[in-house]
Design a binder for this molecule. Structure first.
Ligand code: ADP
Ligand code: MG
Length: 233
């Protein structure tokens, strides 16, 4: 576990513009945000506010137009695509609304896959994937294909996949957006458990009841942070 107040994320004056034809459209304007290790941050805001754009920058899946981003103390702006991918795989586990599992791979093989690109010995991969799937209540389902699993089960496979290289940060963009209320609670309980074991969680949602699980609430409006509220865990 990391020390309590180490900064894992430091955004300074991040701007992101898109081009519509020749017209430059600002989507994020001067976002500054610091997240310490072992925080559980929700990012909320209306549709089109820039939540996914911000999450993609935080997750090193996209680059800002300008501004500085330090991830785990390292300035990300100057990294090559290859270095960026390496940093991303080491530091961050992703969970998406639509699960993004590979349909032709079993639950087990979906979880094994990131270890093939990570630095995990071959003999360790399968036991580690199985243990994670068991921990997430999927011990009986490891050989199933994604199409044979419910939405909640698929999302738990995706969480196992996100955890398998032991990242310090979990980023989840609307992870419960396609789930019923029971599966939503299961997934949020897992995220809370991960937070309590020392992970840093960043969660994008437009549902207040889901954001309530977090201990800090960042509200985006029109590409700017309009509120940043903390509560005691
Ligand atoms: P949210 O996730 O909060 O709904 P997004 O970050 O997806 O918002 O989008 C914010 C704004 O940026 C929207 O107006 C959207 O249309 C625009 N946008 C997002 N991606 C692109 C893109 N690749 N090209 C042009 N505009 C985009
Ligand atoms: Mg979005």
């Amino acid at each position: 576990m990391m020390d309590g107040n180490q900064m894992v994320i430091e955004l300074r004056n991040i701007c992101k513009n898109y081009y519509l034809g020749k017209q430059e459209v600002p989507v994020l304007s001067n976002i500054s945000l610091s997240v310490e290790s072992h925080e559980f941050v929700s990012i909320m805001g209306p549709s089109g506010a820039g939540k996914s754009t911000l999450m993609n920058i935080l997750g090193c899946l996209d680059r800002p137009t300008s501004g500085s981003y330090r991830l785990a103390g390292e300035e990300v702006a100057g990294l090559s695509d290859e270095q960026l991918a390496y940093t991303r795989n080491r530091e961050i586990g992703f969970v998406f609304q639509s699960f993004n599992l590979l349909p032709r791979l079993s639950a087990l093989d979906n979880v094994i896959l990131p270890m093939v690109y990570g630095n995990v010995y071959k003999s360790e991969r399968r036991p580690r994937a199985e243990a994670l799937l068991r921990e997430l209540g999927l011990g009986e389902r490891i050989g199933h294909m994604p199409s044979e699993l419910s939405g909640g089960q698929r999302q738990r496979v995706a969480i196992a996949r996100a955890l398998v290289n032991d990242p310090a940060i979990i980023m989840a963009d609307e992870p419960t957006g396609n789930l019923d209320s029971k599966s939503t609670k299961d997934v949020m309980d897992i995220l809370v458990r991960l937070y309590k074991t020392g992970k840093t969680i960043i969660l994008v949602t437009h549902e207040a009841s889901v954001a309530d699980y977090a201990t800090r609430h960042v509200i985006l409006a029109d590409g700017r942070i309009s509120q940043d509220l903390r509560r005691k865990p």
